[in-house]
Design a protein around this ligand. Sequence first.
Ligand code: SF4
Ligand code: MG
Length: 326
Amino acid sequence: SPDLAARIAGMLGAATPPSVVKAVDGVDLDILPGEVVGVVGESGCGKSTLGRMIAGINPPSAGDIHYRGKSVAAMDNKTRRSFELDVQMIFQNPMASLNPRMRVEDIIGEAPVVHGLIKRGEQKEYVAGLLRQVGLDPAYAQRYPHQFSGGQRQRIGIARALALKPKVIVCDEAVAALDVSIQAQVLNLFTELRKTYDLTYVFISHNLGVVGHISDRVVIMYLGRVVEVANTDTVFNRPNHPYTQALLGELPSLDATRREYQPIKGELPSPLAPPPGCTFHPRCPHVMPKCKTEAPSLKGIGIRHLSACHLNDLPPEQRPAPLNAH
Ligand code: SF4
Ligand code: MG
């Protein structure tokens, strides 16, 4: 449907050798315009790869990404360029992505001139407006990246992305490097900008708390697979997958309803040699014999709620307590 911001379907895998890692296996996800979709998982679970594929940076080796009804792989050059402008990415470490020799004015204002979004003569005013939008003094346009704090640099990174008038922004650990108090400020900025510019976000983080703060819907990934997709409220109040429950058990919270969940145990296995069957089985408190041999598929278990766990095939009275808790 052309109404979707993006559709990601099929078996997406990282195209880069030597890996035989299926970074993102069996993902089938529709992102609606204006929606904030959070993607959560431990590092190495494939969530960055998924983000880079959505942003068109890494092509999937199999499967397909559709943007506004068109397959990204099949786009002609013109459509492809407009897709590349429409979908911008913001990374964890703004210092690494901001050219240290360039003034902020050029860091933010050069690309929109090159892409014909503004005229050269409009650059100064355009950059000043964007700096104000992200809560920075327009006078900062004449400074260099090293003259700013981490939080300010991330604001510059955000202004640079906004300068290209994107429709979708993929944020990969965009607040992970910041102090907790600054994280909250930058998250609030993301929320404000979403309203101002009608943005769609894909918000990738290892931190379920951060993702829950900003997202309408959450995708939980484990070892390259999506294990649960649900509205944020459902993830926090009626999580289905044992891994999602374990993630909740790790959140610092005084909320008694969440204490029923145990934090995750054991080590994350190598994504190069994922366990057979359900890849979560060595760490799952509810593992059954079938889990060791058969991979559960992602199935609808409620309205816009998907989960990949064999427990859902059991009659409700046979499911373990946390799964039936609500
Ligand atoms: Fe646990 Fe089995 Fe469900 Fe995997 S399929 S999460 S091992 S109960
Ligand atoms: Mg990552």
